[in-house]
Design a binder for this molecule. Sequence first.
Ligand code: GCB
Length: 589
Amino acid sequence: MLYPIESESREVKDLSGLWNFKVDKEDEGLYNKWYMDRLKESIVMPVPASYNDITTDASIRDHIGNVWYERTFFVPDSWRDKLLMIRVGSAAHHAILWINSIEAVRHRGGFLPFEADISDMVKYGEENRVTVCVNNVLDWTCLPTGEIKTYNDEKHPAGYKVQETYFDFYNYSGIHRPVKLYTTPKTYIEDIKVTTDICGVDGVVKYDVVVKGENISVLLCLSDETGSIVAEGTGSSGSLMVSNAKLWQPGKPYLYTLSVKLTDTSGKVVDVYRLPFGIRTVKVEGSKFFINGVPFYFKGFGKHEDSDIRGKGLDEVLNVRDFNLLKWIGANSFRTSHYPYSEEIINLADQEGIVLIDEAPAVGMCLWNDDEKIFAEDRINANTLDHHLQTIREMIARDKNHPSVVMWSVANEAATNEEAALPYFTSVVNELRKLDPSRPVTIVHTVDAARDKVSQLFDVICINRYFGWYIDHGVTDFIEKQMDSELLAWHKKYPKPIIVTEFGADTVAGFHQIPPVAFTEDFQCEFLEQYFKSFDKFDFVIGEHIWAFADFATKQGLTRVIGNKKGVFTRQRQPKAAAYLLKARWTKI
Ligand code: GCB
């Protein structure tokens, strides 16, 4: 799936802005066909943004079910002989979209784009209407998984409903990423796939172009950052050589552009798409992770798409700030915990040379209770797996060409100690490797090595550990020892590279105490230092990702005082004391 761009043959119209919005409190909109007409008694709502924190009304923030968005747009007459697509960057979590009352597309899953050909639904040279019904209910048939709990007891109003989630971030909802209209010619480039290799000092660029239409020739032209042409070719698949290639390297990115042109039998150019990409290789060998043949050590964070007021809505200002902070602190990577982030963020990572572990939205697959199974007929079952496989396909379709994406993560903290987790993740990993044999695959663990049943499927082991926080809370003295024995146990069972993808302590900015106690900035520093003592002993530890980059919103809970405070930066993206400690460490490694 290609990102919508402009070219001499393509136009893009961004429908971001203020839309009409209505909460479907009685769940009647579908039944009463609200999409047939303008929404009545709507309020104004920005797109892209989560709707939860924008109004002052708790019943909107906490609504479980459908909400409706609507706006009008104009389609110029000049688009009449083109293909017109509508593309939603993401809508959390499920959506149905109508154009002028005609259903154009439905989609399940809140973190990946979907699109539809609406050429035959719009009125050219006139005003049109787009209506989107967005639903935020999570159940066992989708990712992330969740369940609705309904109370029928004397302590609650009859039928009182709660959306139960098993993950630790606020269930922000709404249209989170831009809605765009884009045109292509009727004969067009539907997809491009690029994989790269290095041969001595040269780069090898293998490409596959999917074309919609017949009697068409495909021309390829590869140019460097100065715009100079470095290779040319023809045909819908093949490979191009770039002599003396400049590699895409962590911290030193270099992007080439592959221009794909379609010409008709008379030689006239029909469609043009320019794809930025980097030449680089990734490989796991022994207990090392190589980028371009050089061992790579992951320094960075688990993050969230999260900020004040706009929740999970795309915010380019915030994103650029985040990348500036990552560079300032000496980080080279992050994990898109716990779902695929916006394409705009991944584009930034390509441009800024930040390495990504791209994670599927499979989070909360653990009940933290040994007496109950989550991989079970009435919970994570064949329907969940179908959706997981679909999500993997969509994630790879979207992100396959990004040099910054060096590894896929199939899930965060699943109950991989359960028997049924093995066939489940075997299917997921098989699908992933079939679609993309070029990248290593990982899973992020909470279980311990002795109980894990799935890690033989993966190239890299990722573990999240909270010694001194959820275990022996407030005690930093044994962290090093606890971490040592944990790492050695994993290494003994699976001699593979290990990244510690989470370790962190809630820290309220401005709290200080000496000797340190939990929740102070002093404690966060002392805590992190103990982990580093352990990591630095083992050469199979190939990375440290602190939880978390910044403070973020969670559901309300006894352990969360207005959100999770494990950020090294505040939610407003200002440093806590630990940021200086990390900067000192990471600029040296
Ligand atoms: C974890 C989860 C992460 C939580 C974190 C915490 O293990 O992967 O989503 O936010 O712990 O702070 O509890």
